[in-house]
Ligand binder design. Sequence first.
Ligand SMILES: [Zn+2]
Length: 70
Amino acid sequence: MTDLLARITDTRKALEKAAPAPLPGQQAIPVATIADHHYEGRGGPCEAEWFTVPCGKHRDAHEYIGVEDA
Ligand SMILES: [Zn+2]
């Protein structure tokens, strides 16, 4: 248990450090791309839920569509 608390403390200290400067050529990845989801609907507004919040966007607003929609 003590070891676990020490690891948590070390992790918190590491997270408090400032982010290192980007490497040459390094690019940021848009978070929206990571969090995006497949369109879930039947032609209408998207019915996918993100932590109980419905998406509601149009099918074309999604970068990814389900295999059955292709
Ligand atoms: Zn959606």
